[in-house]
Design a protein around this ligand. Structure first.
Ligand code: ZN
Length: 351
């Protein structure tokens, strides 16, 4: 086991489908089900510099995943049904839930038709500022700034820094550096810094939100689709763990109230923005529980195990990552092998 684990970590994801090692791991790591995480679903775009590419999959890849699940006789269920099965400890059949974060219009235009082909329900987690047309999709703004700039000057932690963005490699390196810096900032600092970058490089930040995200009117029609559930994803899409408790509480409660008010339907499920250990941990899990959410999902990679029933506001997900759109990955993902590798071979991690 240890040897297999080490060689797999060394060789990476491809090792699984070339060696078939995921078959050996299946009994230990397949779990009882999985929650799949997606963001954009749309046809691939051209161009070399696409630093947010991991956040989008093509409709055909989603279709391949759904075919694979149907062929494997895995139930595709809503988050309500997932909650029911976990609380009732009903693991008679393996299941999968589909979740899409942020509330992008392509979820309606490209994901919904594919989900309909398979009669498969899914949940879209909406950041209420995005639906309002007033949100900071700063990772996309950053991509647009860097795409058009040949150099960028910023002050990072008090140090004036000049980044060369004249080549694709330079752009990618600058994106990684600035992305890490911005992500760690509080919500006011982040808004100020990305606002300044956009202003300096002629990027209309507000237009990004309106162009990519569904408005309240669009969401209202979308949410009446029988296969669609809407969940909450905070107000501003901030890193909750870096906010004072009072703000984090407000981000959860107010976003939920705004969505319920606009769509006139209950919101029972939450996705933490970013959702990794730096953005959602014990305090956030407790806040979500107190706020009354039935479930809350993270971006920690793992399958669902029976033990997750005790941690319904700290559920892991399996990313359908745009950088790995190869159909050979699908049995690896449903075997639990990939997530086991990514999370250091833990089954449940809710600390
Ligand atoms: Zn998000």
């Amino acid at each position: 086991m240890k040897q297999l684990r080490n060689s797999v970590i060394r060789a990476g994801l491809g090792a699984f489908y070339f060696t078939g090692a995921h078959h050996l791991l299946r009994p230990i790591f397949a779990g009882v089900g999985a929650i799949f995480m997606l963001h954009h679903v749309r046809p691939p775009r051209s161009g070399e510099f696409q630093p947010n590419r991991h956040l989008e999959v093509a409709p055909d890849f989603l279709r391949a995943m759904l075919s694979h699940l149907r062929a494997s006789d895995i139930d595709i269920i809503t988050m309500d049904e997932l909650h029911r099965r976990l609380t009732e400890r009903n693991f008679a059949r393996r299941f999968a839930a589909f979740t899409l974060d942020d509330g992008y219009r392509d979820n309606r235009d490209y994901a919904l038709p594919v989900m309909r082909e398979f009669d498969a329900p899914f949940t879209v987690y909406v950041a209420s500022d995005f639906a309002q047309g007033a949100g900071h999709l700063w990772w996309i703004a950053l991509e647009m700034v860097i795409a058009r700039a040949s150099s960028i000057e910023v002050e990072i932690a008090g140090v004036a820094t000049r980044l060369d963005t004249s080549t694709t490699a330079g752009k990618q390196a600058a994106f990684d550096r600035l992305h890490d810096w911005l992500r760690a900032l509080g919500r006011e600092d982040l808004a100020r810094e990305i606002g300044a970058l956009c202003a300096r490089h002629g990027v209309d930040e507000a237009a990004i939100c309106r162009e990519l995200c569904m408005s309240w009117d669009e969401l209202k029609a979308f949410s009446s689709e029988p296969l669609v559930s809407i969940g909450a994803h905070s107000i501003t899409h901030c890193n909750l763990a870096s906010q004072p408790a009072e703000i984090a509480r407000e981000e959860l409660a107010v976003s939920r109230a705004r969505i319920e008010d606009a769509l006139q339907r209950p919101v029972a499920h939450l996705a933490y923005p970013y959702g990794d250990k730096l953005a959602a941990r014990a305090r956030e899990f407790a806040l979500a529980k107190t706020a009354g959410f039935k479930t809350a999902v993270t971006t920690r990679p793992a399958m669902i195990f029976p033990e997750n029933a005790d941690y319904l506001t700290a559920l892991p997900r399996v990313s359908l990552n745009g950088n790995y759109q190869d159909e050979r990955i699908l049995p690896v993902l449903t075997s639990g092998a990939a997530t086991a590798m990514w999370n250091g071979f833990r089954r449940v991690d809710a600390a």
